[in-house]
Ligand binder design. Structure first.
Ligand SMILES: Cc1ncc(COP(=O)(O)O)c(C=O)c1O
Length: 431
């Protein structure tokens, strides 16, 4: 890059003296040192869902025809009336800080939503608006957990929960569920997992990755145990609106005053209104916990984006027909993908009740081989699917369930059909 000698060099802005040339050369050539990262950060694993999606994107950019089943977001656009509200906010110059915990008008819209949809009464100071539901969950875990506290987490789990728990220096205590019990924990399993160190339980219904939904009765039994033991509950309800077959979504906080006092309800506009990039989520819960979470947020991100907050008001208060139409489309895709997967020898798949993922069991394929290589886990099967069939799926290992793959059907019917053809053909070749 620079000449080797100590002579000065001509640059557009003039001559660089010899001493600087030597310095610049050394600077350009020196290797980046191993940084002294904190233990906290070193304990975190990078998101495997993002990693495989990035690899598939790179292959696509290279001109390779990859079918992606990795998406964690609806493939539909944000509805027009929501975008119009944001455009108007921008034109009106609504571009300054808002209160760190979010705008009063959006909190009012959230309170109305929680009352109408979830039969829950919250005051404005019991609501925190964050930069996505993920941010609200992070705030809640950091606010509630101390070093060595135990957090009970059913598996398969959403990939970010264990990592957030580790950042808080708390300990995930995993309750394993399987396809045989519809990926739901039993009251006995929950009771058994509780110790004197248990601080928090994480509930995600409908679930990412399994799409399973707890019934009112099941939640009542879970709630009774948590209430008796005085354990907090983060109830992640981000997929609340994407449910099928006339099933009912129940907020655990609505099951009684004691469990409401222990619950931090999490929701947002990302999945229901195709607004993943806008970054608006929220938490509702006991006043003092929400205030502490707001305090934490005020020193990290401050308020979520002002324009996105206006868009979220339009989403919550505007027409809701698009949500229903999109859920119908998701249901059509779900029925198709489940039907096709169950016809592939070696794969079995439950019909999810919500969200937009299927979580097929691949245990019969594991141990077999392809081109001399043994497929011994969900990661090796995902790698073969990507390199040989040009299909991107997420290995179940990322969710704590190595006998499974996760496929998102938030992609076109045409892609789904084409991708399944490829999976079918590849699995036939695994012997
Ligand atoms: C279970 C679950 N919770 C929370 C989130 C995060 O939502 P947001 O985009 O609003 O941060 C996701 C996104 O994938 C999710 O699957």
């Amino acid at each position: 890059m620079f000449n080797k000698g100590g002579s000065s060099e001509e640059r557009p802005w003039g001559k660089i003296p010899p001493s600087s040339v030597v310095f610049l050369r050394e600077f350009a050539e020196c290797e980046e040192e191993e940084p002294m990262l904190s233990k906290r950060v070193r304990s975190i694993s990078p998101s495997p869902t993002l990693a495989i999606t990035a690899k598939a994107k790179k292959m696509k950019a290279e001109g390779i025809d990859v079918i992606g089943f990795g998406a964690g977001e609806p493939d539909f656009d944000t509805p027009e009336h929501i975008k119009d509200a944001a455009k108007k906010a921008l034109d009106d110059g609504f571009t300054k800080y808002t209160p760190a915990s979010g705008m009063m008008e959006l909190k009012q819209a959230i309170c109305r939503k929680l009352k109408e949809d979830n039969k829950l009464d919250y005051e404005l100071d019991q609501i925190l608006i964050s930069c996505g539901a993920k941010h609200s969950i992070f705030n809640a875990i950091l606010t509630l957990c101390d070093k060595n506290d135990e957090v009970i987490l059913p598996s398969p789990y959403w990939v970010s929960y264990p990592e957030m728990i580790k950042v808080a220096q708390a300990k995930p205590v995993i309750i394993k569920t399987t396809q045989e019990n519809n990926f739901k924990i039993t009251p006995e399993q929950l009771q058994e997992a509780i110790s004197s160190k248990t601080k928090l339980f994480i509930l995600n219904s409908p679930s990412n990755p399994t799409g399973m939904l707890y019934t009112r009765d099941e939640l009542q039994r879970i709630s009774d145990i948590l209430a008796k033991a005085g354990i907090y509950c983060i109830s992640d309800e981000i997929y609340e609106k994407i449910i099928y077959d006339g099933e009912e979504h129940v907020s655990i906080a609505s099951l009684g005053p004691r469990i409401k006092q222990l619950t931090i309800l999490i929701n947002g506009v990302s999945k229901s209104y195709s607004m993943t990039g806008w970054r608006i989520g929220y938490a509702a819960g006991p006043r003092k916990i929400i205030q502490a979470m707001s305090n934490l947020q005020s020193h990290s991100t401050s308020n979520p984006t002002s324009i996105s907050q206006i868009a979220a008001i339009a989403a919550l208060q505007g027409p809701q027909e698009t949500v229903g139409k999109r859920v119908k489309e998701f249901k059509r895709r779900r029925d198709y993908i489940v039907g096709r997967l169950n016809k592939i020898p070696g794969i079995s798949c439950l019909k999810p009740k919500g969200a937009f993922y299927v979580f097929p069991n691949i245990s019969q394929i594991l141990g077999r081989s392809f081109k001399g290589q043994t497929i011994n886990n969900s990661i090796s099967l995902s790698q073969v699917l990507l390199s040989e069939a040009k299909v991107a799926v997420i290995p179940g290992a990322a969710f704590g369930a190595d006998n499974h793959l996760r496929l998102s059907y938030a992609t076109s019917q045409e892609n789904i059909a084409k991708g399944l053809d490829r999976i079918e053909k590849l699995v036939e070749k695994i012997s």
